[in-house]
Design a protein around this ligand. Structure first.
Ligand code: NOJ
Length: 550
């Protein structure tokens, strides 16, 4: 608590389920809005643009923001290498700016979810500086240290997730002659969560932000925090990594992630969260096997939500998305709630990913179909900044690449208006802008009722006003052409039908008598007349989706 203002005074009306029915919007702080003109986005910039999100007549109408890290950091991984968990990096502003952001967001009814990076710190964190100094340092066991093999090589075969820089997940510390473990860069040493002191330190960090009024945490690599304490080798499966992530079993699981103890750590976080009112945690659990993913909900005592990366990575096909949704619905424990996302700061944007042969026009049409699905499925949707305007990946020339894993294209600055640097900054943007930002930007789309922004606003408005879309039952509609993914959302007497054509061609659909009297409320095609009764036979264009009210 600061400035004598209690957390509840800063938060919107308590509502325990806000994270179930609300729509969350991810902001990558470096790229949303620059306030001070240094070319890098900052917290003041986010405050400047809050009206775009909620509270104003032209707002998009989302319910919360997830902020990627803004903590003190040497930026080896653009903030996912934290050197002080309880302070704001000067490039993003100050703690006072953060408090203002919380106050301004809450005044608009927007929740604030912040990133928590518990798997690793920066190598510049004072904890690691102490830990690395000598073998008897009290913080030695805060990190994962191990002796070299007799031939001097790393202790085991674990590999780093950032193989462009270095394959082994171990780096030798010459001062003490031991290796330390890092799941990511050598600049990101992994913490040892078997240490009770590490657990206590993070409990304090959670409380620090909860007391400042944050509504939740997105937990970075939540499945990696524990690893085999015996440091056994990972088996060599001879499978491609994605295939492996879909198929491992308890017996064949790797030893450096998804280790059972991770669930106890998450239960500890949950106990802390539950002592506050209406707070939540969503985990980045990059496990593509849904049966293992759902374990992270625990018995309603671990994560409230776990990101579903299998859905995000699904190919553009009705069968693939239908299978993802049905499987998640079937496997989630009773009472657990799904969540979906199609873009984030680590993956190509949906518009670019779905563009066949790089055809962005088609990519944008498909992205609208994706948005209709995302915002009408049963589950919490996460929108990535820029998705609402159909922002594409930017083209980043070799001499502008700054990210260690080449993720820069999806992190291009937000496009606000047809102005130099798209209104993002008065300086030089830290990354190249998306190529068509002079056309694809917020100001231009506000004037255009056919725009992606208008489509998203309307869809969000419908969702907000509908108990069935926000929280109703889900049921697949079967027996339709194979390129169509269709489902119902129902609550009480209110019902909707969503019809999505993933195919390359128009498709004719016979609707049963119980669906034929529905009204077309929204199409992804802005030229399609709406409001009429659909009738027993309908035709959806290629890359078209319908929202029908029954
Ligand atoms: C996942 C984050 O989303 C990604 O951006 C980061 O590089 C790694 N975790 C390491 O923290």
């Amino acid at each position: 608590m600061t400035d004598g203002v209690g957390p509840d005074a800063r938060r919107p009306t308590p509502d325990h389920d806000w994270w179930r029915e609300g729509v969350l919007y991810q902001i990558y702080p470096r790229s949303f809005q620059d306030h001070d003109g240094d070319g890098v986005g900052d917290l003041r910039g986010i405050i400047d643009r809050l009206d775009h999100l909620a509270g104003g007549p032209e707002s998009l109408g989302v319910d919360g923001i997830w902020l990627s890290p803004f903590y003190r950091s040497p930026m080896a991984d653009f903030g996912y290498d934290v050197s002080d968990y309880c302070d704001v990096d000067p490039v993003f502003g100050t703690l006072a700016d953060f408090d203002d952001l919380v106050r301004e967001a809450h005044a608009r009814g927007l929740r604030i979810v912040v990133d928590l990076v518990p798997n690793h710190t920066s190598d510049q964190h004072p904890w690691f500086q102490e830990s690395r100094a000598d073998r008897t340092n009290p913080k030695r066991d805060w990190y994962v240290w191990a002796d070299p093999k007799p031939d001097g090589s790393p202790p085991n075969n674990w590999t780093s997730a950032f193989t462009r820089r270095q394959t082994s997940a171990w780096t030798l510390e010459p001062t003490t002659g031991q290796y330390y473990h890092h799941s990511f860069l050598p600049e990101q040493p992994d913490l040892n969560w078997w240490s009770p002191e590490v657990r206590d330190a993070f409990d304090g960090i959670l409380r620090f932000w909860l007391d400042r009024g944050v509504d939740g945490f997105r937990i970075d690599v939540a499945h990696r925090m524990a690893r085999d304490p015996a440091l056994g080798d990972n088996p060599d499966y001879g499978l491609a990594p994605d295939e492996l992530l879909r198929t491992w079993t308890d017996e064949t699981a790797p030893r450096d992630q998804d280790w059972p103890e991770v669930h106890a750590i998450l239960r500890g976080f949950r106990t802390t969260l539950d002592a506050y009112d209406g707070r939540m945690a969503i985990g980045e659990v990059f496990i593509l096997d849904p049966a293992r993913l759902v374990r992270y909900y625990g018995d309603d005592d671990e994560l409230h939500l776990a990101f579903n990366f299998s859905f995000l990575r699904a190919p553009w096909s009705a069968a693939a998305f239908r299978a993802e949704v049905e499987t998640f619905e079937r496997l989630l424990p009773p009472g657990a709630w799904p969540d979906y996302t199609l873009s984030n700061h680590d993956n190509p944007r949906a518009v670019s990913r779905y563009a066949p042969d790089g055809d962005l026009q088609r990519g944008r049409r498909r992205a609208r179909v994706g948005a209709l699905m995302l915002l009408t499925l049963r589950g919490t949707p996460f929108l990535y900044y820029g998705e609402e305007i159909g922002l594409a990946d930017s083209v980043v020339p070799a001499d502008r690449v700054v990210d260690v894993a080449g993720r820069d294209p999806a992190r291009a600055p937000m496009a606000w208006e047809a102005a130099p640097a798209a209104g993002f900054t008065t300086g030089d943007p830290w990354l190249p802008l998306s190529a068509d930002h002079s056309i694809v930007n917020v100001a231009a789309q506000r004037q255009d009722p056919r725009s992606s922004l208008a489509f998203h606003r309307e869809l969000l408005r419908l969702r907000r006003s509908s108990p069935a879309l926000r929280g109703g039952r889900y049921a697949t509609i079967g027996g339709l052409p194979e390129d169509v993914f269709a489902y119902r959302r129902d609550a009480g007497s209110e019902g909707w039908v969503v019809l999505l054509n993933f195919g390359e061609a128009a498709v004719d659909i016979e609707l049963g008598p119980d669906l034929a009297d529905g009204r077309l409320v929204l199409s992804t095609d802005p030229d399609r007349p709406t409001g009429r009764v659909v009738g027993p036979r309908i035709s959806l264009d290629a890359d078209e989706g319908w929202l029908v009210r029954r």
